[in-house]
Design a protein around this ligand. Structure first.
Ligand SMILES: [Zn+2]
Length: 431
């Protein structure tokens, strides 16, 4: 049933948000034990659905102890990945939904073919609640529905179009991440003032570039309370500059298109898992293994995300949230790791650390070709001499071994026209 392009499902999801957002904002402060209990109850129901209605898991029916259930039962399930699910797609669908009309969240990903995961009925509502909760994680600003919000992402104007547009229904004030430059910075600044927004949502790279221009033109925006980034890797270079300039909590969000688990930073810069939403484990390689607690249509259980993270050394955060701390930082996609001349793999964190020494490098991109040679793109705030370039190249060679490097100086690193994002490390080496 559709009315003015709004479906019954959308209306119900809207009602879900209104009815649940306050509870979600409260439940993040429950104790770790209470949250574990919520997690165990939700997991039990998902695993029950899986062994009884999902053919791929039917052999585990007798294995799982539903009578004395604990979170440890999860470990009896195998780790699965995109390839396994694609090859056995129908076997991963719950029989309950097999002949029903499914709604999908399309996932493109940066590599490979699209992978479509069917959504649970309230998937969009739950996702939005997590989002609104994250936007409110700075105690100095509690986001309410239809508060003005600057969105420095997702908008890619056609030639001749203005670099901004307002979505009046959501009160989202879009700014193009493609057009932040000397010519437009005053316009961007006035637009942000006019919006009265207290929150900026952006890609890490677009917020970083905005910050550089605001600083250069000596423009301050004291109305802003919260900075929120997602969809790209938050490089230390970006994070340091953003925090130095704004001196505000930066909430960085990690999730996947498959909607298995979400983590975001609190006001203290610590990543918290949304325990009511998903479960995060790290395998021996630091890969994030995620389990959705909401998708009963296609249960994604111990799904290998291909994203790598550094394990956390702490279990409690001073923010007082009971939400668990799944990792310390995110390294990025496993398929975008660089390969050394001896074929060993180099964690991206080493490269970021190396580049961080050169504070005058505004942006960089490293592309590794299939023959392991490196193309290095550098955008610098000062004129680079040949010896400075050699020094940076050497820094990379220390980590990558003796591979050919060619360096290109650019004004800025170009965004992907389709996604609007910037990938700082791209590997074309076949693993
Ligand atoms: Zn915290």
């Amino acid at each position: 049933m559709k009315l003015a392009n709004i479906s019954f499902r959308n209306v119900m999801n809207g009602i879900y948000i209104i009815s649940n957002i306050r509870n979600y904002k409260k439940s993040q402060f429950k104790s770790q034990d209470e949250l574990k209990k919520i997690q165990a109850d939700k997991l039990k129901s998902i695993l029950f659905e899986a062994v009884h209605n999902v053919p791929f898991y039917s052999h585990l029916k007798a294995e799982i102890n539903f009578k004395e259930f604990s979170l440890a039962e999860l470990e009896k399930f195998p780790i699965v990945n995109k390839k396994i699910i694609k090859e056995n797609y129908d076997k991963f669908l719950s029989q309950q939904y097999r002949h029903k009309k499914l709604a999908f969240k399309a996932t493109s990903g940066s590599s490979g073919e699209p992978f479509k995961v069917p959504k649970a009925f309230y998937s969009d509502g739950i996702e939005q609640c997590m989002m609104f909760r994250a936007w409110s994680m700075n105690p100095a600003y509690n986001y309410h529905f239809r508060d003005p919000c600057i969105v420095l992402r997702s908008y890619s104007p056609e030639p001749g179009e203005l670099p901004y547009k307002v979505d009046k229904i959501m009160n989202y004030w879009y700014l193009s991440p493609f057009d932040i430059n000397d010519k437009n910075i005053e316009l961007y600044y006035d637009y942000i003032l006019r919006s009265k927004a207290k929150i900026i949502r952006a890609y890490p790279s677009s917020l970083y570039i905005l910050t550089l221009y605001l600083e250069k033109h000596n423009l301050k925006l004291p109305q802003i309370r919260t900075l929120f980034t997602s969809s790209e890797n938050l490089l230390p270079l970006y994070r340091n500059k953003i925090q130095e300039y704004w001196n505000l909590p930066l909430i960085d969000w990690y999730g996947q298109n498959e909607r298995t688990a979400i983590a975001q930073m609190c006001e203290y810069g610590i990543y918290h898992n949304n325990d009511e939403y998903g479960i995060i484990e790290l395998d021996d390689n630091g890969q994030i293994i995620a389990t959705s607690l909401n998708n009963n249509v296609m249960p994604l259980i111990r799904y290998a995300t291909n994203d790598l993270a550094q394990p956390s050394t702490i279990q409690h955060c001073k923010c007082g949230r009971g939400l668990s701390i799944p990792f310390q930082s995110i390294d990025g996609r496993a398929d975008d790791l660089l390969t050394k001349n001896d074929d060993s793999i180099v964690a991206t964190v080493n490269i970021y650390n190396a580049m961080e020494k050169y504070q005058y490098i505004k942006q960089f991109r490293i592309i590794q070709n299939s023959d392991k040679s490196i193309v290095l793109e550098l955008a610098s705030s000062i004129e680079l001499t040949t010896s400075m370039i050699h020094q940076i190249e050497n820094e990379l060679l220390i980590r990558l071994g003796n591979v050919p490097v060619s360096t290109h100086i650019v004004d800025e690193i170009e965004r992907d026209r389709k996604t609007g994002k910037i990938k700082s490390i791209i590997s074309n080496v076949k693993m």
